[in-house]
Write a new protein. Structure first.
Length: 202
């Protein structure tokens, strides 16, 4: 009974977490639209700036090791929605830009492990032992699995890859692939979920 309640609590937290991210993405979308209207900038002219914004924000937020910052996902979804108004494949480009930045940002965790830094905060994180098991069993494929899942910290993969002196490219490639798939789903499904939340009409 206690385990069922714990699982239910986790699911509720997850649903709330997703709802907050999607709601924030709607807010960022409205803010971007307001700024573009105020400064009289078309979506086509804003595109390069939007991609640069996604790259910079995702790079910085993925570089954090101690703090699980995910605000970049909301910004990414907002920009993806905007770019889909120009091209139906706009969300793919946003996901590609974000995944490259995200993988590069994870280098901080890789080098922290490489130079022997222990991050106690991550070792106490829920699911840490499971991630270690994935890394030990699957190697680079484990990095992909950790990068593609949306809940547990990806920093663990970087720390363990660095500590085991895995070549940096063998860390970056599966990390990028996992993040690309994850961000692709977020960019496509995030804006689609707007209609299920009590948000004002566009």
């Amino acid at each position: 009974m206690a385990m069922e309640r714990l699982k239910q609590k986790r699911w509720l937290k997850m649903v709330l977490y997703v709802a907050i991210l999607v709601g924030l993405s709607f807010g960022f979308y409205l803010l971007l639209q307001y700024l573009m209207t105020y400064f009289n900038i078309s979506v086509e002219r804003f595109a390069s700036t939007a991609y640069l914004l996604v790259f910079g924000v995702t790079l910085v937020f993925n570089a954090f090791i101690l703090v699980p910052v995910v605000l970049h996902v909301s910004i990414m979804m907002a920009v993806a929605k905007m770019m889909m108004e120009v091209s139906p494949w706009g969300f793919v480009i946003v996901a590609l830009v974000a995944s490259v930045a995200g993988a590069l940002g994870e280098i901080t965790g890789y080098y922290a492990g490489y130079f022997g830094k222990r991050i106690v905060h991550l070792e106490n994180a829920p699911g840490y032992d499971r991630l270690v098991g994935w890394m030990e069993r699957y190697g680079p494929r484990g990095i992909f699995l950790i990068s593609v899942q949306p809940v547990l910290p990806v920093d663990v993969a970087g720390l363990l890859a660095g500590a085991s002196k895995l070549p940096v490219w063998k860390f970056l490639l599966p990390c990028w692939a996992g993040k690309f798939l994850k961000y692709l789903l977020a960019c496509y499904l995030g804006p689609a979920l707007w209609r299920f939340l009590p948000l004002p009409p566009l």
